[in-house]
Design a protein around this ligand. Sequence first.
Ligand code: GZL
Length: 311
Amino acid sequence: LLASAIALMPFAAAASDLTIGFSQIGSESGWRAAETTVTKQEVAARGIQLKFADAQQKQENQISALRSFIAQGVDAILIAPVVATGWDEVLEEAQDADIPVILLDRTVDAPDDLYLTAVTSDLVHEGSVAGQWLVDDMAGADCRIVELQGTTGSSPAIDRKTGFENAISGHDNLEIVRSQTGDFTRSQGKVVMESFLKAEGGDNICALYAHNDDMAVGAIQAIKEAGLKPGTDIKIVAIDAVPDAHLAIANSEMNATIELTPNMAGPALDALAAYLADGTVPPKWIQTESRLYTAADDNQAIYEVKKGLGY
Ligand code: GZL
């Protein structure tokens, strides 16, 4: 019995005695679902205990979850903050309890000593890449653009709008004629696109810029129901590179997407491990890479690979 216990020791050593609280926004998009899947995989691979809280996209639920994690004395907190403001008080409570907080995929307007690090893409850059794609694709031709914004007040909605506008500024042939939030969901993307089509007339809309693929996929349905060809009558560029975006591009129903990795947790947990082990302080921003995909890529093959990854 002793021999078998000793034999198991190395495995026991691998299982850390850390407990982490993760306050996730919800499951508003395929990308969000993938981030949850990957985060749970990354945590399990490190033998960490996870307390998971889904906020159904409500900030008050995230704040309650953080207070619960603090009361339970977790070793660290991961949070994807649904909006950018209103976090100072609860982050100060975590700081007072000596619990490090790491931000995933969105940032907050709070003093950066209130969180250990933020693992995000360059959200402004993503918007710029989308805008530059349209600048290049239109090559000087006039284009009336409609925009589906992400969740109001969220850092991706603010930054992706800024980046896109920066890229098209100075190109007077490109004009955003309608812009409204679709809250990052397929259903709202469809509803708002229907209102754009009704207000403008499908023949007067040249392109859609959606802050995420899920709103674009919803909009594609609305465009088809209006008797128009998405990807041809109305060009579509979005962000996330979820499987259904690759499929839409493969089917010539969408034109471009910018990849956002769902694995924010890996870099976050590596930074946390170093911090807890010997106090190594990570940079305040750990940036993940972005990549443009267009019809020039083998989107069908990429779809086949990605569809099994928890989206
Ligand atoms: C961006 C992330 C966004 C995704 C959406 O970093 O916060 O939230 O682009 C998700 O799909 O809803």
